[in-house]
Design a protein around this ligand. Structure first.
Ligand code: FES
Length: 160
């Protein structure tokens, strides 16, 4: 497993190995190991899944199955800023699809993907619990309510 990714992340893999060694004799630790690994790497590329499989003797197919089943895990690297546009009913009827389309156009990225410069990840979300502010977008911990598509470029500039 001496590929470029492994070489560039030696200390992260060492940290993960130390963690796996500390828990691997316990039962049902797959989720814990994957959570730890995602905390260390930020996401779970195949190299990390393979490493976990090698270290725990859990088949790679099983690990891959867990990673892809739970939305808390990601196999793709996330951007520095996470943008979530609410597509819940209240937001949708007030035009959140237009907001999402505008973001997609401005950032040149499709929903669920990360911009080439790794600055933004664009996601659609379920109801964020502040329907009175519809349509709603969140960037990291900042909430933008009663949003209009024309305001998007200026908002994005704050994070660039
Ligand atoms: S539907 Fe968007 S916040 Fe509830």
């Amino acid at each position: 497993m001496q590929n470029e990714f492994f070489k560039s992340k030696k200390s992260e893999f060492a940290e993960l190995k130390a963690y796996i060694d500390s828990v691997k004799n316990s039962q049902g630790v797959t989720m814990q190991i994957l959570q730890k690994a995602q905390g260390i790497f930020g996401y779970l590329p195949l190299e990390v899944q393979q490493f976990i499989s090698d270290e725990t003797n859990i088949p790679l197919a099983d690990i891959y199955g867990v990673v892809t089943f739970y939305t808390q895990f990601s196999t793709e690297e996330k951007g520095k800023h996470k943008i979530g546009v609410c597509l819940g009913t209240a937001c949708y009827v007030r035009g959140s699809q237009e907001i999402l389309d505008k973001l997609s156009e401005e950032l040149k990225v499709s929903v669920g993907k990360t911009t080439e410069d790794k600055l933004f990840t664009l996601e659609a979300t379920r109801c964020l619990g502040c329907c009175g502010l519809a349509p709603v977008m969140v960037i990291d911990d900042d909430v933008y309510g009663k949003l209009e598509a024309k305001k998007i470029p200026d908002i994005l500039k704050k994070y660039q």
